[in-house]
Ligand binder design. Sequence first.
Ligand code: ZN
Length: 174
Amino acid sequence: MHSSISLYDSYLCKETRAKKQQQLVKKFKTPVITIKAHMPKELRKNGYVAEIIEQAFQSVKQTLSQQGFIIVASDDHKGFAGEERYLAVQCRSASELKKFMMEIENSHSLGQLMDLNVMDGEGKTISRGSCKMSARKCIICNCPAPECAKRHQHNLEELNARIEQIIEESMVTA
Ligand SMILES: [Zn+2]
């Protein structure tokens, strides 16, 4: 049996996520950050997810407070394969918020394993492209991730080893 693997699959019920995101947007009319782990859904039960989400959350909170942005509400969704968090944020602009989130993804020692999605106050996702940022790079081959994902180049074992390596390195530098 062969199952296809993608780093970029969503691991929780998409409808549940969309519902929670849209509820926040509708109620607060602010941009919404979604914090997820950036790893294959097959590997998300490995216990790293909670740590990645928590570190991402702490980093996001710190950045927001430095910018004077305010979390007006939050929600989360816990499934058997991990957790996601949603934050409604009062800020100057959604694209500016997206840039700060990409800075965390690029600079945090676990940033390669974080997925910090931003929606604007109308519920539209802000893409990297619209902020003139290049696509994420694959954590193994450094190719643009969407291209690599399409080709399904890496097996789970390889990905798991690389994820463990990133986490170990992060503990050394912490
Ligand atoms: Zn790759």
